[in-house]
Design a binder for this molecule. Sequence first.
Ligand SMILES: Cc1cc2nc3c(=O)[nH]c(=O)nc-3n(C[C@H](O)[C@H](O)[C@H](O)COP(=O)(O)OP(=O)(O)OC[C@H]3O[C@@H](n4cnc5c(N)ncnc54)[C@H](O)[C@@H]3O)c2cc1C
Length: 401
Amino acid sequence: MAGGKTIYVAGAGIAGLTLTLALAKFGANVVVLERAPSIQEAGAGLQLSPNARKVLNRLGLDKAIAGQSFAPEGIDVYAFRSHAPQATLALGEAASRRFGAPYAVMHRADLADALYRACRRFANVDMLFGVRGFDAEPHARGVSITVEEADGRSRSGRAFALVGADGVNSHTRTGLIGEAAARYSGHVAWRATLPIDALTGVVANDRTSLMMGPGYHAVIYPLPHRRLVNVVLLAREKRQPMQDDAPKGPKLPWAMLKSQRFEAVMQAAGDSWGFWPLLTVSAKRWHAGGIGLIGDAAHAMLPFQAQGAAMAIEDAAVLAPLLMTEPDADGAFSRFAAARRGRVRRVAQVSSSNGRIFHMQWPFTMGRDTVIRLGGSTAQLRRLAWIYGYDAAPEIEGRGG
Ligand SMILES: Cc1cc2nc3c(=O)[nH]c(=O)nc-3n(C[C@H](O)[C@H](O)[C@H](O)COP(=O)(O)OP(=O)(O)OC[C@H]3O[C@@H](n4cnc5c(N)ncnc54)[C@H](O)[C@@H]3O)c2cc1C
């Protein structure tokens, strides 16, 4: 690799790959440590909001994403047991025009692939897969890192910084920075990807559908490039079920089974559900010296506003130029935390409060449903303009270009 700053990135998920691409464009030498043997190929759908898309476009991925994603016209919101949507909230052209980038949905493996291919074009990126473990020691001149590679060999190096983008159960956070383990949120997500026509007649196949119920909600959207429809059912569950004692599919209370639409979704999904206990992270420190955190490793949130990956992408856009321009990594991570903490906290709060709103019980639902009906189709674009209209991307040009 050529001369210049060397930065290690732990984790080749959405946060890690976006950061790697941004750093590579600035000319850093990036070493990526990924535990999995290859880039994520499985998985489900992802809603990619304009704030995230603007960053990815600036990194040169607009065409690759446009070719693999779909921009739903709107969100049909169904109150519990209602036959028709209470409202259709505008997305499509209205979102694109207002925020300068589309609100799209895509398969997360396609996004990972687009990012990975873009990173691979840089000779200054070294990706290590199947990494068994890593350790790091910050000191005055940077960070010393030891990596146990896939074949068991050990490799050591000195770097300007190590960035932990290693997800909700981050080793960087718990093992190297000494912050707490992730906490179970009291919610689980059930996900299924079904053939594209599996829900024809149940929900519209050119829009996203949000179905609300007491203690549950479901989000459904098409992934036309994969000929799939993505279903996520999010439910309250007091005790954290473990993967080996997890039920085969969501067990809806009797009240839910009186909703024909929920029942139709359950039937269509059969036993194809996958199961995720939802964990959250609120780390007090996002860095220790030259070791820092981004994405879920720093601030995993409930997915009820579909913003976790978007925050990870924004993080990468903000951190990359700071790492390139600050004289020491501790300073870069401090400025990063100052720039990001408030926004991430506020988005996490909106996500949690969505859970309370979506899962309301009667009679509170009457007030909620009236507000949704009266709000009109663009109320949520106005309410969420501070999320979708945010532009982390100029920081890439402004500070590092
Ligand atoms: C049900 C559900 C639906 C969601 N929907 C959306 C949505 O629509 N839109 C949205 O923006 N967000 C959504 N999210 C949130 C989003 O998935 C996450 O916020 C996002 O994936 C975080 O990216 P990350 O790169 O920080 O972590 P991850 O994607 O978890 O990536 C971490 C990477 O680090 C690797 N790794 C872990 N440990 C180690 C180790 N010790 N050494 C080396 N590598 C390691 C992992 O293998 C992985 O590749 C959803 C989440 C859930 C649960």
